[in-house]
Write a protein that binds this ligand. Structure first.
Ligand code: PTJ
Length: 243
């Protein structure tokens, strides 16, 4: 990988690009993942490549939801595995969540490669290989889930996918936390907690909030109850329009 100087104005975005490229080379990320990253980057550019106040608040509410959950699960696709394996594992440990591989362009080979990759990065258990249950109402591969994973979960983190799965999970009565830089994406629009932020900023920030909430003994119910998802989406759109 070409050395990217720390002071390069587009340092973070170039690092992310390289990670995605490497993900494709290692068979973790689909080629479509390159397009998805470009799509995200465009929105991040318009947002000013920063975590807005409303995204930070959504990240705190996401942390509270994960901590309060009976069975939280973090869903991992090829982009997430390439971009932030360590950060995602750290979040899972901080909130006691399972990790489950769930792919749109699913092949058993890629599911296994991503699970191995996560284990190499320190994950003790990775779900998604059994795929013995189905999310009702979805005709594509993302419907395939583990019965003791996403199927059983009450709170699911759904990063980087614009599609109908968040809605289908909602129809199953689950709380969906979505990370997506596009506030107009279908996933963000139907999420219980939409986080409009770049995943490399969002995930560590959710972890930090989870630790702070736990240490301060905060009232998780009150944090969750005070959240206004519509206002968060409107704020993100406003931030994009005003730059
Ligand atoms: O690994 P697979 O087979 O499950 O495929 C995964 C991809 C990402 C290829 C698939 O889910 C896909 O095509 O996604 P979309 O429909 O392009 O949606 C991705 C969404 O995530 C878009 O709305 C992007 O704006 C957003 N996004 C992309 N990169 C980032 C992001 N949001 C936050 N941080 C990013 N780095």
């Amino acid at each position: 990988m070409t050395e990217i100087p720390e002071d390069h104005p587009r340092h973070d975005s170039l690092v992310a690009r390289h990670r995605i490229e490497e993900g494709v080379e290692k068979g973790l990320t689909s080629k479509q993942g390159l397009i998805a990253q470009g799509r995200g980057e465009a929105f991040d550019y318009l947002l000013g490549e920063r975590t807005t106040e409303s995204a930070d608040e959504a990240e705190r509410v996401a942390a509270a939801s994960l901590l309060r959950a009976r069975h939280p699960v973090l869903s991992i696709n090829g982009n997430v595995a390439a971009l932030c394996p360590d950060e995602t594992i750290e979040l899972a440990e901080a909130v006691g969540a399972d990790l489950e591989v769930n792919l749109f362009n699913r092949t058993e080979e890629r599911v296994r490669a991503i699970a191995d990759h996560l284990r190499e990065h320190g994950a003790s258990e990775v779900k998604g290989l059994t795929a013995d249950a189905r999310i009702p109402g979805l005709s594509h591969e993302r419907a395939k889930v583990d019965a003791d994973g996403i199927y059983d979960a009450d709170v699911v983190l759904v990063p980087l996918e614009d599609g109908d799965r968040a809605e289908a999970l909602g129809a199953m009565g689950k709380t969906e936390i979505v990370i997506d830089l596009n506030p107009l994406s279908r996933s963000a629009q139907v999420a219980t907690v939409p986080i409009v932020d770049e995943i490399l900023r969002a995930v560590p920030n959710v972890t930090r909030h989870a630790r702070e909430l736990r240490e301060s003994g905060a009232d998780l119910e009150a944090v969750i109850a005070g959240f206004d998802r519509e206002a968060t989406l409107e704020d993100a759109e406003r931030a994009i329009r005003s730059g």
